[in-house]
Design a protein around this ligand. Structure first.
Ligand SMILES: C[S@@+](CC[C@H](N)C(=O)[O-])C[C@H]1O[C@@H](n2cnc3c(N)ncnc32)[C@H](O)[C@@H]1O
Length: 299
């Protein structure tokens, strides 16, 4: 009886482990190798397994006030995101990031004094939704973005936060006069300066951020080779485009701690708006540590 294996393992052994020789031993633990049936799933697994475990694990270690804040957001399910459930909250990756951003800000700035917020590059509007729900003092929230993406944030925010909608202004990136006239208490850029040409960032810094009293930036600290995360190599022209964007263009190994520390130092200096500003706090993002939270205030 003990000699009888399952049909599953009869099939696995005959297909993957029928020939254990030097060639097999050389790379059976590499991506695509037979080890995906033994110790762990394949590094290139095509399912949501790793994503959902990562999301679950990061959320699982959050303090109680993270979940209190998350619950106050109300509708976070529009757009049908992948979720995991903890403490009666359906958590998705976008709002996990947004509540982390709120908690970082709350820890380092007096949010009760923030009346005017400007966000450059807001995506579908998760940060706006979050800050409008969690920070009572915000009277005006302005989003500057590409026209196509503004259509999405307008439609999304109208749906999920109708009671706040008349306090949100949407400005197209090519309406320079409109965004040059903005004054704010907090300017925000999340995961988008690193996707803009440096001269575009310069203009936002000199006209929008310099007209604010604080600047919260959460961006990647540099560039990486696609192969480093298992993506197919890009053509030289494609690489040249991506590598020419953002203030931090150094290519480094995201998974080498000493390279990561060096990249962070460069990043913290690069995004400081000018010598009249001081760095108040910074910390790596929980889930993607090569992306970094930093808060600067005018000195
Ligand atoms: C990767 S998304 C990040 C969105 C959002 N901050 C988030 O983290 O969910 C980059 C954002 O930058 C915007 N963007 C790109 N170029 C821009 C420009 N020149 N001016 C303003 N926004 C821009 C995109 O439309 C998009 O909203």
């Amino acid at each position: 009886m003990t000699r009888k294996s399952s049909e599953l393992w009869t099939s696995i052994t005959s297909s993957l482990f029928s020939k254990i020789d030097d060639t097999f031993l050389e790379d059976f633990r590499a991506p695509g190798g037979a080890n995906s049936r033994l110790a762990a799933w394949d590094p290139l697994d095509k399912s949501m397994r790793y994503y959902k475990f990562l999301l679950f694990n990061v959320a699982y270690h959050k303090p109680d006030d993270f979940f209190d804040a998350y619950r106050k957001l109300g509708n976070t399910g529009t757009g049908n995101p992948v979720t995991i459930s903890i403490a009666d909250c359906k958590i998705d990756i976008d709002y996990l990031f947004a509540v982390e951003e709120f908690m970082f800000l709350r820890q380092h700035i007096n949010l009760h004094e923030i009346k005017k917020v400007v966000e450059i590059g807001a995506g579908f509007g998760r940060t706006c939704h979050t800050l409008m729900r969690l920070v009572d003092s915000v009277e005006e929230y302005t989003i500057v973005d590409l026209p196509e993406v503004l259509k999405l944030s307008q439609a999304y925010l109208k749906l999920v936060a109708p009671d706040c909608f008349d306090r949100i202004t949407f400005i197209e990136n090519n309406d320079i006069d409109a965004w040059s006239a903005l004054q704010s208490d907090l300017a925000i850029n999340i995961d988008s300066f690193q996707e803009m040409p440096p001269e575009v960032i310069d203009e936002y810094v000199s006209k929008v951020i310099s007209a604010s009293t604080s600047f919260y930036c959460k961006n990647p600290t540099g560039k990486y080779k696609p192969e480093c995360v298992g993506l197919p190599a890009l053509t030289a022209a494609e690489l040249l485009d991506v590598y020419s964007l953002g203030y931090c263009q150094k290519v480094f190994d995201l998974f080498d701690e000493s390279e990561l520390s060096a990249a962070r130092e460069i990043y913290l200096r690069a995004y400081k708006p000018s010598r009249n500003w001081k760095l108040v706090a910074d910390e790596p993002m929980s889930m993607i540590p090569y992306t970094h939270h930093v808060l600067y205030v005018r000195d």
